[in-house]
Design a protein around this ligand. Structure first.
Ligand code: GDP
Ligand code: IMO
Ligand code: MG
Length: 431
């Protein structure tokens, strides 16, 4: 199978970056197809941490071509910073390793400003966005007024486009939110700077590059951002992001046809976390949740916010498996559960006195759901040095088996630490 789609099966931050980095040892291409710098994907190699927001997580492998496809919303200022930091650390040597689609939607500072102004104005009703301008950028794309990456290289038409965009944006910023308006000359100065810097990475048609790679049996990884429950249509709306985070989006965001890739790996934490507002039935708003947060270092890779923590939710995981067509799972951060005497796993909900086992798509219903747990024994042993499944204590093996049996999806990978080497392969990759 030349292509694998890697998706988050929960609320994001499941460990997608680590999995993509590890898989990239064998991949020829890694493609980011949606989302933007709201993502924070962490790679840990020889104890050294790299956090990527826009650049695909294959970048630490010099043989892997990293593609930013049309579906991404591209904060060009942050992308320049990310490239500079990688180069400074000797981690991006060849410009040819990165390709950016001319069709990707550009995020400029005013998208961020609008996102943040909106959140401030919403007060207690806020979504808890990352403030990275994601919503305003996708809105602009849908309204057919967006500036796309290719536009940055035709400056005269760009200025005219910007003038039109800023008329509306400044009206909103000034008159509606009472914020400072944006100065077009400052935006143009920024654009001039970044477009010169990013010109070597420009690719007119990344869809063709990916198509040829798949046809030529090259190994291609599609790196999802965010998680299934943050999907714009099928997540916990309105507490979601503004893109489709599901596996199907890999096709659309990259510009390839359905059926060209049919392996979908769902990345799943051994428990659950969520950043921002919205329903979370298995949340532990107590000492146990705090313990998970500390042991798992559950603080956002993008905003540094505390992540809300709770038990594994199999109702939600099965929903994610269904809506993504997940064909295998990677179970992450199992090491974090060492030392919990008992482990609870949610296998059903109680909704208005009824037991249900399907995820309710209405957010009002989800907010009223109470989790029904099965409890299994925990383990005390440290897992972080394990190399094989049989190195794990029996209770940890039983935890994995329980998830496999309940979901009826093979667990291909178990992760027992942030490092590349702390990865147990239960089935070979690209088999
Ligand atoms: P992503 O957004 O899905 O790529 O995930 P993040 O990078 O935002 O968050 C995952 C965090 O968990 C990062 O700090 C990783 O280094 C870390 N991590 C990944 N896998 C493991 C694991 O198996 N055990 C532990 N302890 N940490 C892990
Ligand atoms: P990765 O790829 C976790 C959440 C925000 C907020 C909601 C909307 O690292 O898993 P947005 O800025 O997208 O408009 O915010 O989505 N969110 C994430 N949570 N991981 C992410 O990405 C996220 N990207 C956005 O916290 O609740
Ligand atoms: Mg993250």
């Amino acid at each position: 199978m030349p292509g694998i789609i890697v998706v988050g099966s929960q609320f994001g931050d499941e460990g997608k970056g680590k999995v993509v980095d590890v898989f990239s040892q064998k991949a020829d291409y890694v493609v980011r197809y949606q989302g933007g710098a709201n993502a924070g994907h962490t790679l840990v190699v020889d104890g050294k941490k790299t956090i990527l927001h826009l650049i695909p997580s294959g970048v630490l492998h010099p043989h892997t071509v990293c593609v930013i496809a049309a579906g991404v919303v591209l904060d060009v200022e942050r992308l320049c910073e990310e490239i500079k930091a990688l180069k400074l650390n000797g981690l991006l040597k060849e410009d040819s390793q990165l390709l950016i689609s001319d069709s990707a939607t550009v995020i400029l500072p005013y998208h961020r400003q609008l996102d943040q102004a909106r959140e401030r104005a919403a007060g207690n009703e806020k979504i808890g966005t990352t403030g990275r301008g994601i919503g305003p950028a996708y809105e602009e794309r849908a309204s057919r007024k967006a500036i796309i990456f290719g536009d940055l290289f035709s400056r005269e038409t760009l200025r005219a486009k910007l003038e039109t965009a800023l008329k509306e944006k400044n009206f909103l910023l000034e008159k509606f939110y009472g914020e400072k308006p944006v100065n077009i000359d400052e935006v143009m100065a920024l654009v001039n700077q970044v477009s010169d810097y990013l010109a070597p990475y420009r690719c007119k048609d990344t869809s063709l590059v990916i198509h040829k790679a798949l046809k030529g049996s090259k190994k291609v990884l599609f790196e999802g951002a965010q998680g299934s429950l943050l999907d714009l249509l099928h997540g916990t709306y309105p507490f979601v992001t503004s893109s489709s985070t599901l596996a199907g989006s890999a096709m659309i965001g990259s510009g390839i046809g359905p059926g060209t890739v049919n392996s979908v790996m769902g990345i799943t934490k051994a428990y659950t976390t969520r950043v921002g507002s919205g329903p979370f039935p298995t949340e532990l708003d107590n000492e146990l949740g705090e313990r998970m947060r500390q042991i798992g270092q559950e603080f956002g890779s993008t905003t540094g916010r505390s992540r809300r923590c709770g038990w594994l939710d199999l109702v939600a995981l099965k929903y994610a498996i269904r809506i993504n067509g997940i064909t295998s799972l990677a179970l992450m951060k199992l090491d974090v559960l060492s030392g919990f005497e008992k482990l609870s796993i949610c296998t059903a909900y109680e909704l208005d006195g009824q037991r249900i086992s399907e995820y309710p798509v209405s957010p009002g219903d989800l907010g009223r759901c109470k989790p029904i747990f099965e409890t299994i024994n925990g383990w005390k042993e440290d897992l972080t040095k394990a190399k094989n499944l049989k190195d794990l204590p029996r209770a940890a093996q039983e935890y994995i088996q329980f998830i496999g049996a309940q979901t009826a999806v093979p667990i291909d990978v178990v992760s027992v630490g942030p490092g590349r080497e702390q990865t147990l392969w239960l089935r070979p990759l690209f088999s």
